[in-house]
Write a protein that binds this ligand. Sequence first.
Ligand code: HEM
Length: 166
Amino acid sequence: MFWMPSGHLWIPVLISCIFVSLHTGSLTFWDLNFKLKNMKADIKDLSDIIVFVDEFYIKVKNDEVLGPVFNNVIQDWGPHLDKMYKFWNAALFGVPGFKGNPFARHAPLPIGADHFNRWLDLFKSTIDEHFEGPIALDAKNRAKLMAAMFLSRLQNMRGSSDRVIV
Ligand code: HEM
């Protein structure tokens, strides 16, 4: 027969059960509490895109590898940021509005594998600082795919043997 604690004895029994079950799988109550408090939300709409795009390009502008490339081409950041909001809104949520020709814009730039690796590092860390979930992962994967595609087309175009990025 299943034993049922009498009176109010079930309260400490219940607490002990929760405590023991939280410890199984090496997850303590304190870990769980910490995890819940530090859980980030996923990218949900344009307002979140604005957060990561703005922050990413602040890092880019001040980066010693990428800064000079961008600052040479972009005098007014407003239209570029606006274009990138639309680009990510189309890529992540299928919202039309982005008009452009990304590869043609990158083709004349003096960029190679080191630039793309740095770009991806900054992009990934910016997303990870603010968001987590399937859309955040999708953004990082898409950026990685596009960077690989740009780099491979640039290498073909230039006939160079630049290192392949991972
Ligand atoms: C080596 C790394 C990169 C550098 C240095 C770079 C630099 C630039 C610059 C300077 C522009 C502005 C071009 C202009 O207005 O004439 C631009 C535009 C753009 N970039 Fe990048 N970029 C890099 C990687 C990427 C990656 C990986 C993506 C994709 C996720 C991306 C997406 C775009 C888009 C969508 C535009 C707007 C294109 C358009 O106006 O049609 N870039 N980039």
